[in-house]
Write a protein that binds this ligand. Structure first.
Ligand code: F1P
Length: 344
Protein backbone atom coordinates (compact mmCIF):
# COMPACT_ATOMS: atom_id res chain seq x y z
CA UNK A 1 0.00 0.00 0.00
CA UNK A 2 1.48 3.31 -1.07
CA UNK A 3 1.92 6.06 1.51
CA UNK A 4 1.05 8.76 -1.05
CA UNK A 5 -1.98 10.87 -0.19
CA UNK A 6 -3.14 10.69 -3.81
CA UNK A 7 -3.12 6.89 -3.76
CA UNK A 8 -5.00 6.77 -0.46
CA UNK A 9 -7.52 9.38 -1.56
CA UNK A 10 -8.22 7.49 -4.81
CA UNK A 11 -8.62 4.22 -2.90
CA UNK A 12 -10.86 5.53 -0.13
CA UNK A 13 -13.37 7.10 -2.52
CA UNK A 14 -15.90 4.25 -2.45
CA UNK A 15 -16.39 4.90 1.29
CA UNK A 16 -16.72 8.68 0.91
CA UNK A 17 -19.15 8.20 -2.00
CA UNK A 18 -21.33 6.17 0.34
CA UNK A 19 -21.39 9.04 2.83
CA UNK A 20 -22.16 11.49 0.01
CA UNK A 21 -25.08 9.31 -1.01
CA UNK A 22 -26.56 9.33 2.52
CA UNK A 23 -26.10 13.07 2.78
CA UNK A 24 -27.76 13.75 -0.58
CA UNK A 25 -30.69 11.44 0.19
CA UNK A 26 -31.32 13.38 3.43
CA UNK A 27 -30.94 16.83 1.90
CA UNK A 28 -34.14 18.75 1.30
CA UNK A 29 -34.15 19.86 -2.34
CA UNK A 30 -36.28 22.82 -3.40
CA UNK A 31 -37.60 23.21 -6.94
CA UNK A 32 -36.59 26.61 -8.37
CA UNK A 33 -39.38 29.21 -7.95
CA UNK A 34 -38.93 30.58 -11.47
CA UNK A 35 -38.06 28.89 -14.72
CA UNK A 36 -34.28 29.34 -14.76
CA UNK A 37 -31.06 28.32 -16.45
CA UNK A 38 -28.72 26.35 -14.18
CA UNK A 39 -25.22 27.72 -14.72
CA UNK A 40 -22.44 25.51 -13.36
CA UNK A 41 -19.10 27.22 -12.68
CA UNK A 42 -15.69 26.24 -11.32
CA UNK A 43 -11.95 26.35 -12.08
CA UNK A 44 -9.60 23.53 -13.14
CA UNK A 45 -10.98 20.17 -12.02
CA UNK A 46 -14.08 21.89 -10.66
CA UNK A 47 -14.76 23.39 -14.10
CA UNK A 48 -14.50 19.97 -15.76
CA UNK A 49 -16.86 18.70 -13.10
CA UNK A 50 -19.20 21.58 -13.98
CA UNK A 51 -19.21 20.46 -17.63
CA UNK A 52 -20.11 16.89 -16.75
CA UNK A 53 -22.66 17.86 -14.09
CA UNK A 54 -24.42 20.42 -16.31
CA UNK A 55 -24.86 17.88 -19.13
CA UNK A 56 -26.15 15.30 -16.68
CA UNK A 57 -28.46 17.87 -15.07
CA UNK A 58 -30.07 18.96 -18.34
CA UNK A 59 -30.56 15.41 -19.56
CA UNK A 60 -32.02 14.31 -16.23
CA UNK A 61 -34.28 17.26 -15.36
CA UNK A 62 -35.10 18.66 -18.81
CA UNK A 63 -34.19 22.13 -17.46
CA UNK A 64 -31.62 24.27 -19.29
CA UNK A 65 -28.07 23.97 -17.98
CA UNK A 66 -24.67 25.25 -19.06
CA UNK A 67 -21.11 25.28 -17.73
CA UNK A 68 -18.54 28.07 -17.94
CA UNK A 69 -15.20 28.69 -16.22
CA UNK A 70 -15.89 30.85 -13.13
CA UNK A 71 -13.95 33.81 -14.54
CA UNK A 72 -16.39 34.16 -17.47
CA UNK A 73 -19.09 35.28 -15.01
CA UNK A 74 -17.34 38.55 -14.17
CA UNK A 75 -15.17 39.00 -17.28
CA UNK A 76 -18.07 38.61 -19.72
CA UNK A 77 -21.34 38.99 -17.80
CA UNK A 78 -23.33 39.99 -20.89
CA UNK A 79 -22.04 36.98 -22.82
CA UNK A 80 -22.75 34.72 -19.86
CA UNK A 81 -26.21 35.90 -18.72
CA UNK A 82 -29.09 36.63 -21.10
CA UNK A 83 -31.15 39.64 -20.01
CA UNK A 84 -34.52 37.93 -20.08
CA UNK A 85 -33.56 34.81 -18.08
CA UNK A 86 -33.42 33.84 -14.43
CA UNK A 87 -30.41 31.78 -13.33
CA UNK A 88 -29.29 29.43 -10.63
CA UNK A 89 -25.53 29.73 -10.35
CA UNK A 90 -24.02 26.47 -9.07
CA UNK A 91 -20.52 27.32 -7.84
CA UNK A 92 -18.22 24.32 -7.39
CA UNK A 93 -14.96 24.45 -5.43
CA UNK A 94 -13.23 21.82 -3.28
CA UNK A 95 -11.52 24.48 -1.17
CA UNK A 96 -14.34 27.00 -1.32
CA UNK A 97 -11.68 29.72 -1.55
CA UNK A 98 -10.57 29.83 -5.20
CA UNK A 99 -10.45 33.52 -6.17
CA UNK A 100 -12.37 33.40 -9.44
CA UNK A 101 -15.24 31.43 -7.91
CA UNK A 102 -15.56 33.88 -5.00
CA UNK A 103 -15.26 36.85 -7.35
CA UNK A 104 -17.98 35.40 -9.59
CA UNK A 105 -20.33 35.02 -6.61
CA UNK A 106 -19.57 38.56 -5.40
CA UNK A 107 -20.25 39.93 -8.87
CA UNK A 108 -23.85 38.61 -8.87
CA UNK A 109 -24.62 39.43 -5.20
CA UNK A 110 -27.91 41.32 -4.89
CA UNK A 111 -29.06 40.35 -8.40
CA UNK A 112 -32.62 39.15 -7.85
CA UNK A 113 -32.60 37.10 -11.05
CA UNK A 114 -29.62 34.98 -9.94
CA UNK A 115 -29.93 32.46 -7.09
CA UNK A 116 -26.76 30.72 -5.88
CA UNK A 117 -25.80 27.25 -4.68
CA UNK A 118 -22.30 26.32 -3.45
CA UNK A 119 -20.85 22.82 -3.72
CA UNK A 120 -17.72 22.41 -1.62
CA UNK A 121 -15.75 20.14 0.71
CA UNK A 122 -15.12 22.88 3.29
CA UNK A 123 -18.05 24.01 5.43
CA UNK A 124 -16.41 27.15 6.80
CA UNK A 125 -15.10 28.45 3.50
CA UNK A 126 -16.12 31.80 2.01
CA UNK A 127 -18.05 30.16 -0.86
CA UNK A 128 -20.77 29.05 1.60
CA UNK A 129 -21.09 32.56 3.05
CA UNK A 130 -21.52 34.02 -0.42
CA UNK A 131 -24.16 31.50 -1.55
CA UNK A 132 -27.87 31.23 -0.82
CA UNK A 133 -27.72 27.44 -0.42
CA UNK A 134 -24.87 24.95 0.00
CA UNK A 135 -24.05 21.28 -0.50
CA UNK A 136 -21.18 20.60 1.88
CA UNK A 137 -19.13 17.40 1.72
CA UNK A 138 -17.06 17.88 4.85
CA UNK A 139 -16.20 14.17 4.94
CA UNK A 140 -14.04 14.65 1.82
CA UNK A 141 -10.79 16.13 3.07
CA UNK A 142 -7.91 15.75 0.61
CA UNK A 143 -4.30 16.39 1.53
CA UNK A 144 -2.98 15.96 -2.01
CA UNK A 145 -2.78 19.03 -4.22
CA UNK A 146 -4.54 17.16 -7.01
CA UNK A 147 -8.26 16.55 -6.77
CA UNK A 148 -9.37 12.93 -7.05
CA UNK A 149 -12.12 11.84 -4.66
CA UNK A 150 -13.34 15.43 -4.35
CA UNK A 151 -14.09 15.29 -8.11
CA UNK A 152 -16.08 12.06 -7.94
CA UNK A 153 -17.85 13.02 -4.71
CA UNK A 154 -18.94 16.49 -5.83
CA UNK A 155 -20.02 15.11 -9.21
CA UNK A 156 -21.95 12.30 -7.52
CA UNK A 157 -23.64 14.82 -5.20
CA UNK A 158 -24.75 16.84 -8.24
CA UNK A 159 -25.97 13.74 -10.07
CA UNK A 160 -28.11 12.81 -7.06
CA UNK A 161 -29.26 16.43 -6.79
CA UNK A 162 -30.38 16.34 -10.45
CA UNK A 163 -32.14 12.99 -10.14
CA UNK A 164 -33.92 13.99 -6.93
CA UNK A 165 -35.01 17.31 -8.42
CA UNK A 166 -36.44 15.39 -11.38
CA UNK A 167 -38.03 12.90 -8.95
CA UNK A 168 -36.47 10.02 -10.84
CA UNK A 169 -35.97 6.45 -9.78
CA UNK A 170 -32.49 6.49 -8.20
CA UNK A 171 -31.73 2.81 -8.59
CA UNK A 172 -28.65 2.99 -10.90
CA UNK A 173 -27.17 5.99 -9.15
CA UNK A 174 -27.38 4.26 -5.78
CA UNK A 175 -24.99 1.59 -7.12
CA UNK A 176 -22.13 4.05 -7.66
CA UNK A 177 -20.19 3.47 -4.40
CA UNK A 178 -20.34 -0.30 -4.91
CA UNK A 179 -19.23 -0.12 -8.57
CA UNK A 180 -16.35 2.21 -7.68
CA UNK A 181 -15.30 -0.26 -4.98
CA UNK A 182 -15.20 -3.00 -7.65
CA UNK A 183 -13.23 -0.88 -10.15
CA UNK A 184 -10.62 -0.07 -7.52
CA UNK A 185 -9.92 -3.76 -6.96
CA UNK A 186 -8.13 -3.97 -10.31
CA UNK A 187 -6.44 -1.00 -11.95
CA UNK A 188 -3.22 -2.86 -12.88
CA UNK A 189 -4.00 -2.58 -16.63
CA UNK A 190 -3.46 1.19 -16.28
CA UNK A 191 0.01 0.60 -14.87
CA UNK A 192 1.10 -1.12 -18.08
CA UNK A 193 -0.12 1.79 -20.22
CA UNK A 194 1.44 4.32 -17.85
CA UNK A 195 4.82 2.62 -17.70
CA UNK A 196 5.34 1.64 -21.35
CA UNK A 197 8.17 3.86 -22.51
CA UNK A 198 6.82 4.20 -26.04
CA UNK A 199 3.64 5.88 -24.75
CA UNK A 200 4.50 9.57 -24.70
CA UNK A 201 1.29 11.34 -25.75
CA UNK A 202 -2.20 10.69 -24.34
CA UNK A 203 -5.49 11.76 -25.88
CA UNK A 204 -8.78 11.48 -23.97
CA UNK A 205 -12.05 11.39 -25.92
CA UNK A 206 -15.57 11.67 -24.57
CA UNK A 207 -19.00 12.95 -25.57
CA UNK A 208 -21.84 14.52 -23.56
CA UNK A 209 -21.28 14.18 -19.83
CA UNK A 210 -18.22 12.05 -20.39
CA UNK A 211 -16.47 14.95 -22.16
CA UNK A 212 -15.97 16.53 -18.69
CA UNK A 213 -14.43 13.23 -17.55
CA UNK A 214 -12.11 13.17 -20.57
CA UNK A 215 -10.97 16.71 -19.70
CA UNK A 216 -10.43 15.70 -16.08
CA UNK A 217 -8.46 12.54 -17.00
CA UNK A 218 -6.26 14.72 -19.18
CA UNK A 219 -5.75 17.27 -16.39
CA UNK A 220 -4.76 14.52 -13.90
CA UNK A 221 -2.02 13.37 -16.25
CA UNK A 222 -0.81 16.92 -16.90
CA UNK A 223 -0.78 17.86 -13.20
CA UNK A 224 0.83 14.70 -11.87
CA UNK A 225 3.25 13.99 -14.74
CA UNK A 226 3.46 16.98 -17.11
CA UNK A 227 2.91 14.53 -19.98
CA UNK A 228 1.70 15.92 -23.30
CA UNK A 229 -2.02 15.19 -23.24
CA UNK A 230 -5.21 16.56 -24.72
CA UNK A 231 -8.96 16.00 -24.52
CA UNK A 232 -11.56 16.30 -27.27
CA UNK A 233 -15.21 15.70 -27.90
CA UNK A 234 -14.79 12.30 -29.58
CA UNK A 235 -15.77 13.09 -33.16
CA UNK A 236 -14.04 16.49 -33.11
CA UNK A 237 -10.78 14.57 -32.83
CA UNK A 238 -11.14 13.50 -36.46
CA UNK A 239 -11.35 17.12 -37.63
CA UNK A 240 -7.64 17.91 -37.47
CA UNK A 241 -6.13 16.71 -34.17
CA UNK A 242 -5.99 13.12 -35.46
CA UNK A 243 -2.98 14.21 -37.51
CA UNK A 244 -0.96 14.17 -34.27
CA UNK A 245 -1.35 10.40 -33.89
CA UNK A 246 1.83 8.36 -34.24
CA UNK A 247 3.34 5.29 -32.56
CA UNK A 248 3.95 7.32 -29.36
CA UNK A 249 0.23 8.16 -29.00
CA UNK A 250 -2.36 6.46 -26.81
CA UNK A 251 -6.01 7.33 -27.44
CA UNK A 252 -8.44 6.58 -24.62
CA UNK A 253 -12.07 6.57 -25.74
CA UNK A 254 -14.59 6.93 -22.92
CA UNK A 255 -17.63 5.07 -24.08
CA UNK A 256 -21.04 5.43 -22.49
CA UNK A 257 -23.00 3.85 -25.31
CA UNK A 258 -24.14 7.15 -26.86
CA UNK A 259 -21.95 6.95 -29.96
CA UNK A 260 -23.01 4.26 -32.44
CA UNK A 261 -20.69 1.27 -32.04
CA UNK A 262 -19.74 1.38 -35.74
CA UNK A 263 -18.49 4.94 -35.36
CA UNK A 264 -16.51 4.12 -32.23
CA UNK A 265 -14.99 1.16 -34.04
CA UNK A 266 -13.96 3.16 -37.12
CA UNK A 267 -12.41 5.86 -34.92
CA UNK A 268 -10.35 3.27 -33.06
CA UNK A 269 -9.29 1.60 -36.31
CA UNK A 270 -8.22 4.94 -37.80
CA UNK A 271 -6.03 5.66 -34.76
CA UNK A 272 -4.45 2.21 -35.06
CA UNK A 273 -3.82 2.65 -38.78
CA UNK A 274 -1.76 5.75 -37.94
CA UNK A 275 0.32 3.77 -35.43
CA UNK A 276 -1.47 4.78 -32.20
CA UNK A 277 -2.60 2.51 -29.35
CA UNK A 278 -6.27 2.46 -28.41
CA UNK A 279 -8.00 1.97 -25.09
CA UNK A 280 -11.78 1.69 -24.80
CA UNK A 281 -13.17 2.38 -21.32
CA UNK A 282 -16.82 2.31 -20.37
CA UNK A 283 -19.90 0.19 -19.89
CA UNK A 284 -19.62 -1.47 -23.31
CA UNK A 285 -19.15 -5.18 -23.56
CA UNK A 286 -17.75 -5.33 -27.10
CA UNK A 287 -14.11 -5.10 -28.11
CA UNK A 288 -14.57 -2.95 -31.25
CA UNK A 289 -10.97 -3.68 -32.23
CA UNK A 290 -9.43 -1.69 -29.37
CA UNK A 291 -5.97 -2.76 -28.15
CA UNK A 292 -7.27 -2.73 -24.59
CA UNK A 293 -10.87 -2.83 -23.36
CA UNK A 294 -11.79 -1.87 -19.81
CA UNK A 295 -15.37 -2.58 -18.85
CA UNK A 296 -16.79 -0.88 -15.79
CA UNK A 297 -18.51 -3.60 -13.74
CA UNK A 298 -22.14 -2.59 -14.28
CA UNK A 299 -24.90 -3.18 -16.83
CA UNK A 300 -24.55 -1.57 -20.27
CA UNK A 301 -27.45 0.88 -19.85
CA UNK A 302 -26.30 2.03 -16.42
CA UNK A 303 -25.83 5.83 -16.51
CA UNK A 304 -23.86 5.56 -13.29
CA UNK A 305 -21.01 3.96 -15.26
CA UNK A 306 -19.99 7.41 -16.33
CA UNK A 307 -18.62 8.45 -12.97
CA UNK A 308 -17.30 4.98 -12.14
CA UNK A 309 -14.65 5.04 -14.86
CA UNK A 310 -12.84 7.94 -13.17
CA UNK A 311 -10.66 5.80 -10.84
CA UNK A 312 -9.02 4.22 -13.93
CA UNK A 313 -7.99 7.64 -15.24
CA UNK A 314 -6.81 8.78 -11.81
CA UNK A 315 -4.68 5.63 -11.44
CA UNK A 316 -3.19 6.09 -14.93
CA UNK A 317 -1.78 9.45 -13.80
CA UNK A 318 -0.71 8.06 -10.43
CA UNK A 319 1.17 5.09 -11.97
CA UNK A 320 2.89 7.33 -14.50
CA UNK A 321 3.95 9.80 -11.81
CA UNK A 322 5.53 7.07 -9.71
CA UNK A 323 7.16 5.46 -12.78
CA UNK A 324 8.76 8.82 -13.61
CA UNK A 325 9.95 9.26 -10.02
CA UNK A 326 7.58 12.20 -9.40
CA UNK A 327 5.63 12.89 -6.22
CA UNK A 328 1.95 12.70 -7.26
CA UNK A 329 0.89 14.67 -4.17
CA UNK A 330 2.89 17.76 -5.09
CA UNK A 331 2.90 18.57 -8.82
CA UNK A 332 5.39 21.21 -9.83
CA UNK A 333 4.17 24.82 -10.19
CA UNK A 334 0.86 24.09 -8.43
CA UNK A 335 -0.81 24.67 -5.03
CA UNK A 336 -4.07 23.28 -3.61
CA UNK A 337 -5.73 26.65 -4.09
CA UNK A 338 -5.07 29.31 -6.68
CA UNK A 339 -5.48 32.82 -5.26
CA UNK A 340 -5.43 35.93 -7.42
CA UNK A 341 -6.17 39.43 -6.20
CA UNK A 342 -8.80 41.26 -8.26
CA UNK A 343 -8.61 44.52 -6.32
CA UNK A 344 -6.49 47.17 -8.04
C1 F1P B 1 -9.57 24.24 -8.26
C2 F1P B 1 -8.13 24.02 -8.73
C3 F1P B 1 -7.81 22.53 -8.87
C4 F1P B 1 -6.34 22.32 -9.21
C5 F1P B 1 -5.43 22.98 -8.18
C6 F1P B 1 -5.82 24.42 -8.05
O1 F1P B 1 -9.71 24.17 -6.89
O2 F1P B 1 -7.96 24.67 -9.96
O3 F1P B 1 -8.58 21.95 -9.88
O4 F1P B 1 -6.05 20.93 -9.22
O5 F1P B 1 -5.53 22.30 -6.97
O6 F1P B 1 -7.22 24.59 -7.79
P1 F1P B 1 -11.07 24.33 -6.13
O7 F1P B 1 -11.70 25.65 -6.52
O8 F1P B 1 -11.95 23.20 -6.51
O9 F1P B 1 -10.68 24.32 -4.67
Amino acid sequence: MSSSYTFQEIHSQAATLETTQKLMLDLSIKKPENKCVHLFIGCGTSYYLAISASRFFQETTGMAAQAVPASEVFLHPKQTFAQDCHYKLIAISRSGTTSEVLHALKSVRGNKKIATLAVTCHADSEITQLSGESIILNHVQEKSVVMTQSFTNMLYALQLYSARLAQLELHDLLLVPQIVKETLKDTEMMREIAETEQNQRFIFLGTGSSFGLAEEGCLKLKEMTQTESEAYSALEFRHGPISMVDEKTVVLLLSTGDLPRKIEESLLLDVQSFGGRTVLIGNQHERLGADLVITVPCSSNCKAALLCLMPYLQMLAYYRATALGLNPDHPRNLNQVVKISFSS
